[in-house]
Write a protein that binds this ligand. Structure first.
Ligand code: NAP
Ligand code: 3JN
Length: 340
């Protein structure tokens, strides 16, 4: 448990990455009460410095004693690193907020989106898991609807930005686009196919059931965060040539009838959501507009006319902010509120 203090020693593990960079910016932007920040990355980054509050901070590599004196560590260095280092950190009385999939489905570890299940933070034992970006933006919207009209089934298709894959993927989209516009040959290193001017129905590894790991993360994580195993979820996750901002087409079936207007009113009152739905003026959320913003944006709210109790909508959120860094920092803020 976090001890109450005026200011905390905070670490970012994976500080040089796409998510780590955003974590540093989010801690700074939200004025998180920081006494000292420690930044960790791989040996490749030894000698690098990163800026925090106008100061140059040296990037360190991890060792068994790294977490001594650190109150909170935000991890975004991948599941293998989390598997090794999160328990070591927790044993040093450091609370870990882990962005990887390593601990998400462990029944001993809470999986938290503060707008949905901040109450689960009460039972953490030193490690808290941050969900997958596509799950986070979906459950922020599902929860208030579920409270008003129990959700039976969700059919979701995602349109995910390349920043979800990290720095190298953003570089690959830039390189490929530049190459194509200059009539040069395209190189594919990160994705199995060209991503520039293309759409790939494939995120993370394929599993035996024909789904990808990303799709099954959305199915399983949603049930755990919502605390309801009865919600049926089916997902198709797709990579699109967008730098930042994941979009999702959501189809929801509820137990009882709920109208698009009721959904609009419920979502307008819910935390972390902006309804942006003025189709007469061609207004709906777009990743270009939502990049750099905190909320989950919802538009195209309409009846599913093919079933009795169905709603369709379009949701967009910044995958590096609410999908990763912001959610992790919001968890840290909740821990600070709960500290004693
Ligand atoms: P990225 O841009 O490739 O960055 C990876 C980071 O991990 C870099 O800082 C890298 O340091 C660091 N790292 C690698 N090996 C390390 C080691 N042995 N010790 C310490 N640090 C090490 O990837 P990213 O997009 O930021 O994603 C990082 C991780 O965050 C992912 O693997 C995933 O688990 C998680 N993630 C979660 C979400 C979500 O949906 N919530 C979204 C994206 C990513 P160097 O620069 O020194 O190599
Ligand atoms: O691809 C995306 O848009 C989100 C990617 C998330 C991700 C990337 C690499 C490893 C994860 C994740 O958060 O589930 C992981 C992982 O930790 O398994």
């Amino acid at each position: 448990m976090l001890k109450k203090k005026e200011k905390y020693v905070v670490a970012v593990v994976g500080a040089t990455g796409a998510v780590g960079n955003e974590m540093i910016a989010t801690l700074e932007g939200r004025k998180f009460p920081i006494e000292k920040i420690r930044l960790f990355a791989s040996e490749k980054s030894e000698g690098k410095t990163l800026q925090f509050m106008g100061e140059d901070i040296a990037v360190e590599t991890l060792n068994e004693n790294s977490f001594k004196g650190i109150d909170i560590a935000l991890f975004s260095a991948g599941a293998e690193r989390s598997k090794i280092w999160a328990p070591i950190a927790a044993n040093s009385n450091c609370v870990v907020i882990d962005n990887s999939s390593q601990w998400r489905m462990d029944p001993e570890i809470p999986l938290v989106v503060p707008e949905v299940n901040a109450h689960d933070l009460k039972w953490h034992k030193g490690i808290i898991a941050n969900p997958n970006c596509s799950t986070i933006q979906m459950v922020v919207v599902l929860k208030p609807i579920h409270d008003a009209a129990k959700i039976r089934r969700v059919v979701v298709t995602t349109f995910q930005a390349v920043s979800g894959t990290g720095m190298k993927a953003m570089d690959e989209l830039l390189q490929q686009t530049t190459a194509l516009l200059n009539f040069k040959e395209v190189k594919c290193n990160v994705y199995p196919h060209q991503i520039a001017f293309n759409v790939l129905p494939h995120i993370d590894k394929f599993l035996e059931n024909g789904y990808t790991k990303e799709e099954m993360k959305m199915v399983n994580e949603t049930k755990k965060i919502m605390g309801d195993d009865s919600i049926r979820v089916t997902a198709t996750t797709v990579r699109v040539p967008v730098f930042r901002g994941h979009s999702e087409s959501l189809n929801i079936e509820t137990d009882k009838k709920i109208t698009p207007q009721e959904v609009r009113e419920i979502l307008e009152k819910s935390p972390g959501i902006t309804v942006f739905d003025v189709v007469e003026k061609n207004l709906y959320p777009l990743p270009l507009d939502v990049a750099g913003k905190d909320d989950v944006y919802v538009g195209r709210i309409r009846n599913d006319e093919s079933i009795e109790n169905g709603i369709n909508m379009w949701i967009v959120s910044d995958n590096l902010r609410k999908g990763a860094a912001l959610n992790a920092v919001q968890i840290a803020e909740e821990l600070v509120k709960m500290a004693n």
